[in-house]
Design a protein around this ligand. Structure first.
Ligand code: PLP
Length: 395
């Protein structure tokens, strides 16, 4: 409660009500004058650990950037389509603000997804759409269902809105605890995030489970950031279901399959009523001109990009089989562009650090569910070979 701190925050050393801001009262007393004005749910948030930029990391390791093998963020090892790079270089209107409605891109996405443009909304990455959806539905105290281990942004953005996360952990095989989710929904949760294929576990959510969860009185957000890597193997998306269910939203991105992570462009397939609210609250120029041009060129050159997706999928299967032969690792089957491994002997953190020393970056999690796991993004064949070689030498 902020009551009792009003206007007098500098009176004592302990008057700042938020533990994370305690330093303010001792080091910069005058700032405590405004600490009590802040939203308590923001001031109480844990500080975010930013990713170390590649050049800084290379300098730290004493290696040239080109020598780093970056398998820690599920980026596309083949990069953007050449036509996307050409579109970026050839775009004549960078001095002009971009189309706030991303009209051309949404038109192409409508053709690509089979949904009407009214249900397509673009964002600065799928991340922005997660944030916008939460802002539409979640006021302080409202509840969101999260099913870890999964993508961290759902819980993070819920915290920014002052919402409460109802955690329904996945089972040992990473399938959803459907009864647990239904019980959480009964407590009045407004949103449920499902990731399919899931990050970082790589498994798909079966369609009949999504269908069952769509009966709940909440918005079901299915994050299909990696669907192209599963669709390649014939797994169907639920994109076509948007509109048929009033409470289904689907998120997609150009970051992974199209190699545009650095440009920040994603999209949502949303029921019209939800899409209308996004239009009211989004920043007008959220998707920049470069991102729109590159995304359109990517859709126009899908055949090229899907070839790379096929390469990544084939390489994923080879990597998975090779990881199975390393006796201190247990890799989980994946439908995405990464493989999660449990470390059966030794410390996952130690392995991660040892790989990093050799310029090979993989993802390590400090969370209780994943502290003994590593997530390895699928790289180019020679990158995966180098990783496997380093892992085999570590006994
Ligand atoms: C990478 C990722 C995203 C983020 O996509 P952007 O478009 O880059 O913001 C969203 N969801 C999941 C599950 C992801 O892994």
């Amino acid at each position: 409660m902020v009551v009792g701190f009003g206007g007098r925050a500098t009176e004592t050393e302990t008057s700042v009500p938020f533990p994370n801001l305690a330093f303010i009262s001792t080091t910069r007393k005058y700032m405590a004058e405004i600490a009590h004005l802040m939203r308590p749910e923001i001031a109480d948030l844990e500080a975010y650990t930013p990713i170390v930029p590649l050049d800084v990391l290379a300098a730290r390791l004493g290696l040239p950037i080109e020598q780093l093998i970056k398998l820690d963020a599920n980026e596309n090892p083949y990069g953007p389509a050449p036509q996307a790079l050409a579109a970026l270089a050839g775009e004549p209107h960078y001095a002009i603000y971009p189309d706030p409605e991303s009209g051309q891109l949404r038109q192409r996405l409508a053709e690509y997804t089979g949904q009407p443009t009214a249900r397509v909304v673009c964002g600065a990455g799928a991340d922005e759409l997660i944030d916008l959806l939460l802002r539409i539905f979640i006021a302080p105290g409202d509840m969101v269902i999260d099913c870890p281990p999964t993508f961290g942004m759902y819980a993070f953005d819920t915290g920014v809105c002052g919402g409460r996360v109802l955690t329904v952990p996945r089972r040992a095989d990473f399938s959803l605890d459907l009864a647990g989710i239904e019980a959480a929904a009964e407590r009045g949760a407004k949103l449920l995030f499902l990731t399919s294929p899931n990050n970082p576990t790589g498994n798909l959510t079966p369609l009949d489970e999504i269908e069952r969860l769509l009966k709940l009185p909440l918005l079901v957000v299915v994050d299909e950031a990696y669907i192209e890597f599963a669709a390649h193997a014939g797994a169907p998306s639920v994109g076509a279901w948007v509109g048929r269910y009033a409470n289904l939203a689907v998120l997609r991105t150009f970051s992974k399959w199209a190699g545009l992570a650095g440009l920040r462009v994603g999209y949502g397939l949303l029921p019209e009523l939800v899409a209308e609210q996004v239009w009211k609250i989004k920043q007008p120029y959220n998707v920049n001109l470069a991102a729109q041009a590159a995304a359109i060129a990517s859709l126009d050159n899908r055949a090229y990009l899907i070839q790379n997706v096929a390469r990544i999928v084939a390489e994923r299967e080879r990597l998975f089989a090779a990881l199975q032969t390393i006796d201190y690792l247990h890799p989980y089957p994946s439908q995405a562009n990464f493989v999660l491994c449990r470390v059966l002997r030794g410390e996952a953190a130690t392995i991660k650090n040892e790989l990093a020393r050799q310029g090979i970056l993989v993802r390590y999690y400090r969370t209780s569910l994943l502290h003994d796991c590593l997530r390895i993004s699928v790289g180019r064949p020679e990158q995966n070979a180098a990783l496997l070689c380093a892992l085999q030498e570590m006994v």
